[in-house]
Ligand binder design. Structure first.
Ligand SMILES: [Zn+2]
Ligand SMILES: [Zn+2]
Length: 776
């Protein structure tokens, strides 16, 4: 061919197991180009030859017409001598252990696969493991890279001739779909009782499961990243039984429904919520609850939100359809789907493990033979409506980042040596960097048991394996007693750097925004060990992510925690400590809400406060919410982290517009935001009988204005406009929306989390971003 040219492209990213090579094959053939495409350790290599304009069209279209699951992280192009090659081919993968290729997150069943399952004449009619290159399991079934059938839990299922033909045909939707399977060759599934005795197999198993659920039984269902505990969400008795057996009296439970129409019966579904609910990830979405939805009242007693998700595996689609048929049109077709674990343990993975650990909870078990290799919980996201999103600076707030988002990386501002952030103690994650990419693990949970630490180590080893990096150092929390800190200090693979908890929070926001200049940070959080030995958590920090310096400019008013951890579990102790500091004495005749139930303990606490015995000091904003909730009698002792703040937020009377005063005091450094004065107004109004909803609203508004005033004063002093917001307290919807807006009114720009939770799930990212910069 005259005037023929040839070019070579090397692309890296999420380009294996996502239909990338067939895509290149079709694009090259459509443009009449010769050449080949190949998976190699460095990424996917493509050589194309033909007319210059066709080569240009190829280069232009390649990154913009990608298959749904493909993501490019880098692409290099070079012109090379033409060879006169004719035809285009996919050449076999080059051997080697390269790691330029990312595994895709797990992805919800695509419409084409649902159509296959709905076709009574098709080979995959009602087959619960149907998938293709555009959908299905990935991360949870992958042992290591390169991503090939042999390195997944599908290795033990040889393809039947029909599936093999699809797998080997570049024109087929299942070309190189590693989890490809059908009823003839793929995983088997069955229903068992708690002894493991088979009750039904195959299609009959799912119908029998639906019947059992409709009759009020509890089930354990093996899913994508672990087991779910499942029951009829409209059946009060079944939900109460699940709560009793799972030892989870009040914390909200998530539900699964078949489609958007049912979701809209349960909660308010705005545009952002619709996209998240019905998209390819399908997290649990927290929706404002619609009254009279027909859900059991005990599903979410503390909150005005309901966690809803749509089916994301073929098995879920079949189960929801069969359940709707079993209950008939008169009842709500919704199922409680909560992590299959007991207390704070990690989610169950294996069939035998589930029978052993969940045998005391579930009546029946839906089991199958496809192993889950990587424990991954459902992600939890709160979509915001349009006006909230405009104020908050994000369309959705992450509460838990796991299935469907992991292992997608966060792009850092600068490239650096590989490092690992080892996370905190609660809501732990791990983060590994590679070049300018930061890979945050799935939510691991609270590191409070041996099984949780086992999961922690598994996750770290898996992430190291799939990324193929050798970290230069690790970053751990300043707190010496966190199990993650113990891990850091006991291992001898990497040098250890320690980073203060709330400084890590701010680094995490900066990493998401790729900010390299100094900013102001407001860390509004539970307690974390501070650099002065007290417990921080309501901090205004000046953080320079390039110089890696920080300074504590201000904090909220210190409070005592009588009994230390006991005060975290019993917020009334903190309320009494605030009362004490304000000169309110036990026996002042005012109606302290905790006295009826805790009179004896309150006298002991009074003595502890007078003698300053076992009363560690904290500036935690989370503990301030606890104290206020207790002062209003809303929550004297907690069952789960954040419960008091959740109740306090819920009761707000939003018609109230007058904030309590919350002044900045002290010209020195650190300055103090006088939240004790804020608390004093709460206590006085509560004693006067002002309705709690009104008090709660004035408290929220006062805190927002106080924090914004503080930021304004400190920003002026430091000559800075950007204010990074992080910490668990920002999971409070009111604060997350109102605080950025209040900063904006003062000419400041808020930086908020968009891809990670503001709670401690983001700590490992902040640690890793800091470490990567330090190791440069
Ligand atoms: Zn599909
Ligand atoms: Zn097959």
């Amino acid at each position: 061919m005259p005037n023929c040219m040839r070019s070579r492209h090397v692309v890296a990213g999420q380009v294996q197991g996502v239909g990338f090579r067939p895509y290149i094959y079709r694009l090259a053939r459509e443009l009449g180009l010769a050449g080949w495409v190949q998976n190699t350790p460095a990424g996917v290599v493509i050589e194309v030859e033909g007319a210059p304009e066709a080569l240009m069209a190829f280069a232009r279209r390649l990154p913009v017409e990608l298959p749904p699951l493909a993501r490019l992280l880098s692409q290099s192009t070079a012109t090379i001598p033409a060879t006169g090659e004719t035809g285009f081919g996919i050449v076999p993968s080059a051997p080697g252990t390269g790691h330029a290729v990312l595994i895709s997150p797990d992805t919800a069943t695509c419409p084409d696969c649902l159509a296959d399952m709905a076709d009574p004449a098709g080979r995959r009619h009602r087959y619960p493991f149907t998938n293709c290159t555009n959908c299905g399991p990935r991360y949870t079934i992958t042992r290591r890279v390169p991503y090939d059938r042999e390195t997944t839990s599908m290795a033990c299922f040889p393809l039947c001739p029909a599936c093999a033909a699809e797998y080997n045909d570049p024109g087929d939707r299942r070309f190189h779909a590693q989890p490809n399977a059908c009823a003839a060759c793929g995983p088997a599934w069955w229903l068992a009782d708690r002894q493991g005795t088979v009750l039904a197999r195959g299609d009959a198993a799912i119908q029998a499961l639906a019947q059992a659920l409709a009759q009020g039984q509890l089930a354990a269902v093996k899913g994508l990243g672990g087991f779910h505990l499942v029951c009829d969400a409209g059946d009060d008795a079944a939900v109460a039984l699940l709560r009793r057996r799972k030892h989870r009296p009040t914390k909200a439970l998530a539900v699964m429904v078949a489609d958007l129409a049912v979701a809209e019966r349960l909660g308010q579904v705005d545009a952002a919520a619709r996209d998240l609910l019905a998209g390819a990830v399908r997290p649990i979405c927290l929706l404002p609850l619609r009254p009279g939805s027909g859900l059991a009242a005990s599903i979410a007693p503390d909150v005005a939100e309901i966690g809803v998700m749509l089916p994301y595996t073929p098995l879920h689609h079949l189960l929801l359809a069969d359940f709707a048929a079993a209950v008939g049109p008169g009842r709500l077709p919704a199922l409680v789907m909560t992590s299959g674990n007991l207390g704070g343990d990690p989610i169950c993975l294996g069939n035998r493990e589930a029978l052993a650990r969940l045998g005391g909870i579930a009546d029946v078990f839906l089991l199958h033979t496809r192993d889950i290799l990587v424990r991954t919980d459902d992600s939890v996201v709160r979509p915001l409506n349009a006006s909230e999103a405009a104020a908050a600076g994000t369309s959705a707030m992450f509460l838990r980042r796991a299935r469907g988002y992991v292992p997608s990386p966060v792009a850092l501002a600068r490239s650096g040596p590989a490092v690992v952030g080892l996370g905190p103690m609660l809501k732990a994650t791990i983060c590994l960097t590679k070049g300018d990419q930061a890979f945050v693990s799935q939510h691991i949970g609270d590191l409070e048991s041996l099984s949780a630490m086992q999961f922690y180590r598994e996750t770290l080893d898996h992430l190291l394996g799939v990324l193929g990096v050798s970290p230069q150092l690790c970053v751990a929390d300043l707190h010496p007693d966190y199990p993650s800190t113990h891990y850091a200090l006991e291992q001898d693979r990497w040098p250890v750097v320690r980073l203060q908890h709330h400084v890590a929070h701010i680094h995490a926001v900066l990493a998401e925004h790729r900010i390299t200049q100094p900013v102001l940070g407001l860390a509004l959080d539970g307690t974390g060990l501070g650099e002065d030995g007290t417990l921080w958590g309501g901090e205004c920090l000046l953080v320079d992510p390039s110089a890696l310096t920080h300074k504590r400019l201000a904090h909220i008013a210190p409070m005592a925690l009588p009994g230390g951890d006991a005060a975290v579990r019993e917020p009334w102790r903190i309320a009494q400590a605030c009362h004490f500091t304000l000169g309110r004495q036990l026996g002042d005749g005012l109606p302290w809400p905790w006295l009826p139930a805790h009179a004896g303990a309150a006298r002991v606490v009074e003595q502890m406060l007078q003698k300053n015995i076992n009363c560690p000091v904290t500036t935690s904003c989370g503990r301030l919410f606890d104290a206020v909730a207790a002062a209003l009698g809303l929550c004297l002792t907690i069952e789960y982290e954040g419960q008091a703040a959740i109740r306090l937020e819920r009761i707000q009377d939003v018609s109230e517009t007058r904030p309590y005063a919350c002044p900045v005091v002290g010209a020195g450094e650190p300055a103090v935001l006088d939240t004790l004065t804020l608390y004093d107004q709460v206590a006085s109004d509560a004693a006067r009988g002002v309705p709690p909803g009104c008090v709660s609203r004035r408290f929220h508004l006062g805190l927002v204005e106080g924090l914004a005033d503080l930021a304004q004063a400190m920003a002026r002093r430091a000559g800075i406009r950007h204010v990074a917001l992080s910490g668990g307290v920002l999971q409070n919807r009111t604060l997350a929306v109102a605080l950025p807006a209040a900063l904006q009114r003062r000419g400041l720009q808020a930086l908020v989390h968009r891809r990670l939770p503001s709670n401690d799930g983001c700590i490992s990212l902040g640690q890793a971003a800091f470490g990567s910069m330090l190791a440069r």
